[in-house]
Design a binder for this molecule. Structure first.
Ligand code: AMP
Ligand code: ZN
Length: 334
C-alpha cells in the first residue's frame, strides 16, 4: 500500500511538484476531488473535453448553423444577440413551474434515449470522415506524413485536434488509399462541412477543373506513370535526361503559387515516389534537379503547373556546379 497523502501533501504536489505538459493532471485531480476521491475514466475524459476549446467551437457552429436555426424557425427559441451576433438562445415561453420543468426535461431525456437506441453510434458519424471509419493505422500514417499539422492551415495537433479525412469523399467515389486522406484541424474540417459560403467545398469541386485544349488536362491514361488523388506523373515528351518526369496536378492551375496546400502535398508525395522508381530502375542516377517554371519570363511553355523531376548522372555535363542557377547560363557557376 502506498502511504496516503495529507491535504497539505496534495497541495504541495499541485503547487510545487506537478510538472505539466498539458492541463490533464489538474483536470483529473479536480475531477477526483469533486467526486469524493474516485471517478471513472469516462468522467475524467468528459472533464477534459469540457476544456477542449476546439470541441466547444465545433459544437458552437453546430448550435448556430443547425439546431438553433431549426428551433428558432419553429418558434420554440429565439436568439439572444449582442451587436447582431448570436451569443445565446432564449426559450420562447413564460416562466415554467417546477413540475412543468421536470416533465419537459423527462420528455427531452426520452427523445434522446429513443433516438440513440434507434440509430446507435452512427449518429456521431459526422465527427469522423464522410464515410465513417478510418482505421487507426491509416490515421497514424496520415498524421505522420502531415507532421501532425493541419494540411490546410498548418495548425499543430498540440494546438487543435486533427481529423483524418477523405480528400475526395467516399460518397463521391474517393478510395480508401492513403493518397486520398488528409489531416485537417477541427476548424478547417468544420468549415468545410457546415458553412454555406464554404471556401473548402469550392476547393473540393475545383479539384475537377479542367481546361479544353490543355495538353496536361488531357493526358492519355497510357502515358501516366504514377497517380494519386490530386496529381499524376508522366514522362516528359522531350526529356532533358533519360527518365525526365513531370508531376502535374489534375486540376487545371496555371501557376504553381495558386496550388492548394493539399495539391502541393500530393505533388511532393509523387515526387518522392517517382524519384524512388527512377533510382530503382536506373543505378546510374546520382542526383536530381527539381524545378518549376512559373510564368513566361521564367520559361514556362505549358500553362498548367508541372514540376520537372530531372535525373542527373555524374559526368552528364562537364560543369554541373550551380544546377538550376543555369536558368541564367552566365550565372550558373559562382
Ligand atoms: P515548361 O512549361 O517550360 O516547364 O515545359 C513544358 C515541358 O512539358 C517541357 O519539358 C516539354 O518537353 C514537356 N511537354 C510538352 N508537351 C508534352 C506532352 N504532350 N507530354 C509530356 N510532356 C510534354
Ligand atoms: Zn490544364
Amino acid at each position: 500500500m502506498i502511504p496516503k497523502l495529507t491535504a497539505d501533501q496534495l497541495k504541495d504536489f499541485i503547487s510545487q511538484r506537478m510538472r505539466m505538459s498539458h492541463i490533464y493532471q489538474p483536470v483529473m485531480l479536480k475531477t477526483l476531488i469533486d467526486n469524493d476521491g474516485e471517478a471513472s475514466v469516462e468522467d475524467v475524459s468528459k472533464a477534459l473535453l469540457s476544456y477542449d476549446q476546439s470541441q466547444v467551437e465545433y459544437y458552437s457552429l453546430r448550435t448556430k448553423n443547425m439546431v438553433g436555426k431549426v428551433l428558432a424557425n419553429n418558434g420554440v427559441v429565439e436568439p439572444v444577440k449582442t451587436r447582431n451576433k448570436i451569443v445565446g438562445y432564449r426559450l420562447n415561453t413564460d416562466d415554467l413551474t417546477e413540475p412543468q420543468r421536470a416533465a419537459l426535461t423527462a420528455l427531452c431525456d426520452h427523445s434522446i434515449e429513443d433516438y440513440i437506441s434507434k440509430r446507435g453510434a452512427s449518429i456521431w458519424g459526422h465527427r469522423g470522415p464522410d464515410s465513417g471509419y478510418v482505421s487507426g493505422s491509416i490515421r497514424y500514417q496520415v498524421l505522420k506524413r502531415a507532421s501532425y499539422r493541419c494540411e490546410l492551415c498548418g495548425a499543430h495537433e498540440d494546438q487543435i485536434a486533427l481529423h483524418v479525412d477523405h480528400i475526395i469523399p467516399r460518397v463521391k467515389g474517393g478510395p480508401d488509399d492513403l493518397s486520398n486522406f488528409q489531416a485537417l484541424c477541427m476548424t478547417c474540417n468544420t468549415n468545410k462541412r457546415d458553412t454555406d459560403d464554404t471556401d473548402f467545398r469550392g476547393v473540393l469541386d475545383s479539384y475537377n477543373d479542367r481546361e479544353d485544349g490543355c495538353i496536361f488536362c488531357d493526358l492519355g491514361a497510357g502515358r501516366i506513370t504514377g497517380e494519386n488523388e490530386l496529381c499524376v506523373a508522366v514522362k516528359d515528351a522531350f526529356p532533358v535526361t533519360e527518365h525526365h518526369t513531370l508531376v502535374i496536378p489534375k486540376r487545371h492551375v496555371v501557376d504553381y503559387f495558386d496550388l492548394y496546400q493539399t495539391e502541393r502535398n500530393a505533388i511532393d508525395a509523387m515526387l518522392h515516389q517517382q524519384r524512388q522508381n527512377i533510382m530503382d530502375k536506373d543505378e546510374t542516377v546520382t542526383g536530381f534537379n527539381v524545378g518549376i517554371n512559373a510564368g513566361k519570363s521564367a520559361g514556362q511553355t505549358v500553362f498548367h503547373v508541372h514540376v520537372h523531376l530531372i535525373p542527373r548522372r555524374d559526368g552528364d555535363v562537364a560543369k554541373p556546379r550551380g544546377g538550376v542557377r543555369g536558368v541564367i547560363p552566365t550565372r550558373q557557376s559562382y
